[in-house]
Ligand binder design. Structure first.
Ligand code: PLP
Length: 345
């Protein structure tokens, strides 16, 4: 665990950095008792970060409290960010920008659908400007950001660029603070969960949880199920985020105190593409508990956790946590997949 000095320094900085209130916190922590009994697992508790808001819901809102806090402190008038065509992060950013009276420009990877559906529909509804780019152009995203920011500067705006998923050293504070909240949750409901699981797509949720665990001295082990790329990619990405965080805030926490546990092997056919078993799981949880997962992030991660539990891993305890990171709007553009599953049974 950390020295008292490092912990106190991190907590002092956490209380000083710019933050705006966006998410409805604390989110509920609820046990999935029927589902856990049915699947013979330890009690799975869902941390309902899907309830951070309605249209701006999900894990991104925790990060945006800090990232947009920083943007506003810098006088930003236009927010630029990027992601996939059904990006939850872009939708949350666009909705919040509208709430704050800021302009928002999204760079989305993919082709527009007509009519728009899911997150894209909401992006358009709140008036975000959108540039659609090919997957091949995404490798050039830094240059695209720079050019767009220059264009806005020439128009007299103050642009602020947020990287994919708001997963940078500032965004990490969102899930550092979520650990503070979870500690209170655990005390309130009287559990000491051994393991915590969540989906990882750009690494910021995982990185924040890992840092928060050290800063707040939480023994619960953090596992992240990747929904794209692979273990090596996420170890690199999250380690880079840690380095940038250390450098920016001058808080020295060594890498060996920040274990990055990636549960690889559950990406399936690719990012945003899922097999029928994922849609079956969405249906199972919906019918057993009335909880709705999404096919891009949460259902794949939940499936990964459940598969490991069925193999006998992570079963040496009474309680485990799954963070429901949101993403419900990504379900609707994939609705036809349910005709291939057992939805009609
Ligand atoms: C619903 C949902 N869950 C999980 C994640 C993964 O979070 P992160 O990007 O912080 O790894 C994302 C975004 O990528 C998301 O939209």
């Amino acid at each position: 665990m950390l020295s008292d000095h490092v912990s106190k320094l991190a907590l002092a900085i956490a209380n000083q950095i710019p933050r705006i209130s966006l998410a409805r916190l604390p989110t509920p922590l609820v046990p999935l008792r029927r589902f856990s009994k049915k699947h013979n697992t330890p009690t799975i508790w869902l941390k309902r970060d899907d309830l951070t808001d309605t249209a701006a819901s999900g894990n991104k809102l925790r990060k945006l409290e800090f990232v947009l806090g920083h943007a506003l402190a810098e006088g930003a008038t236009t927010i630029i960010t990027c992601g996939g065509i059904q990006s939850n992060h872009c939708r949350a950013t666009a909705v919040v920008a509208s709430q704050l009276g800021l302009k928002c420009h999204l760079i989305l990877r993919g082709k527009p659908t007509n009519p728009a559906d899911g997150n894209l529909l909401l992006d358009e509804l709140v008036g975000a400007k959108i540039t659609f780019i090919d997957t091949s152009m995404f490798s050039n995203i830094d240059q695209i950001f720079t050019d767009l920011a220059n264009e806005y500067r020439q128009l007299g705006e103050v642009p602020y660029a947020i990287p994919v998923g708001a997963s940078d050293e500032i965004g990490l504070w969102g899930y550092i603070d979520a650990i503070r909240e979870l500690k209170i949750d655990f005390d309130t409901v009287g559990i000491q969960p051994k393991y915590l699981f969540s989906a990882t797509g750009s690494g910021g949720t995982a990185g924040g949880l890992i840092l928060g665990r050290q800063i707040y001295g939480l023994p619960t082990e953090i596992y992240s199920v990747n929904v794209c790329d692979d273990e090596a990619y996420f170890i690199n990405k999250i380690s880079d985020d840690f380095s940038a965080w250390r450098q920016r805030y001058g808080i020295e926490i060594a890498n060996d105190q920040l274990p990055i546990n990636i549960l690889d092997g559950y990406v399936g056919p690719g990012y945003g593409k899922a097999e029928p078993k994922i849609f079956d799981l969405i249906q199972d949880l919906a019918r057993t508990e009335g909880m709705i997962l999404d096919p891009v992030y949460t259902a794949k991660a939940f499936y990964g956790m459940l598969t490991e539990l069925n193999k006998g891993r992570f079963t040496d305890c009474e309680d485990i946590i799954f963070i429901h990171t949101g993403g419900i709007f990504g379900l609707f553009p994939q609705k036809e997949q349910f005709t291939n599953s057992s939805l009609t049974q």
